[in-house]
Write a protein that binds this ligand. Structure first.
Ligand code: F6P
Length: 258
């Protein structure tokens, strides 16, 4: 029955949360590798979680890009109240994604869907270090970086290391290095091995992984059986306040043999 199924899912959520030692997992039915609509369920779960968790004040929400984040963003609904106002910003600048799945776009869509505000961070990919340094002195960029530094919520995806390296067209030498160091996961422009240790970081401005340790509301959104290894690698060292939003297929694969 539906009640049994729901109960089963709640059990799975508890099991997975305790496996990672985190507060909460939210699990959608199905396998997002097989059915894209499962990603829309992530978006609805994210919306519920944000509505339940975000405090009644001015919040700054830093978001990452990726296809999961872009699709989930479409499902947000108004999160504004009399006393709650949300400002969305990209978490990091230019880490090599196509326009529609960039953090800037995800933050704009999330803001529009949830009736909040957003600010963009425009930093080109290929810059000489002198241009980069002077760009960082630009008041408009400084202002957004300052907002990012004040974020009290972060929403991000998790990807497979080599898949992300290829998608970002990283040089062959870097890809070889990632293989030699057994990279399996990527999040925020950081690469992790199976033990969840950082093995490489793409140097970019904006939020750094150590900053996230101190941010009270953190949501990781990633699913699909094919991502199970990557999710496990990243989540075992993830900040403990992280809520994981994933699907049944990834959850079962992660817990297989536990
Ligand atoms: O590039 C942004 C990013 O969030 C990465 O940190 C992450 O690995 C990836 O996107 C996830 O992308 P997708 O949801 O398309 O698998």
């Amino acid at each position: 029955s539906l009640v049994d199924r729901l109960f089963g899912m709640r059990q799975l959520e508890k099991q997975l949360a305790s496996y990672f030692g985190i507060d909460k997992c939210l699990i959608a039915d199905g396998d997002s590798d097989q059915q894209r609509k499962v990603i829309s369920s992530f978006g609805r779960l994210l919306n519920e979680a944000l509505d339940a968790k975000l405090p009644e004040k001015s919040n700054i929400i830093a978001v990452m890009g990726g296809t999961t984040m872009a699709m989930a963003a479409e499902e947000l609904r108004s999160l504004e109240t009399d006393r709650r106002h949300n400002l969305f910003v990209p978490a990091r600048g230019g880490i090599g994604e196509s326009v529609n799945v960039q953090a800037n776009s995800v933050s704009a869509v999330m803001a529009m869907k949830s009736h909040g505000d957003y600010r963009s961070l425009f930093v080109p990919e290929q810059l000489s270090s002198t241009t980069y340094d002077s760009l960082l002195q630009e008041p408009s960029i400084k202002e957004v970086l300052n907002l990012i530094g004040q974020a009290n919520c972060v929403i991000h995806g998790i990807g497979r290391a080599l898949h992300m390296a290829a998608r970002r067209k990283m040089p062959e030498t870097d890809i070889l290095m990632l293989k030699q160091k057994h990279a399996v996961a990527e999040s925020f422009g950081y690469f992790f091995n199976e033990q969840g240790e950082i093995i490489y970081k793409i140097p970019r401005i904006g939020l750094q992984l150590k900053d996230i340790q101190h941010i009270p509301y953190v949501f990781a959104v990633a699913g699909g059986r094919g991502k199970a290894k990557a999710i496990r690698a990243y989540m075992q060292n993830a900040p403990k306040q992280t809520w994981l939003i994933t699907d049944e297929a990834a959850a079962n694969e992660i817990l297989k043999g536990v």
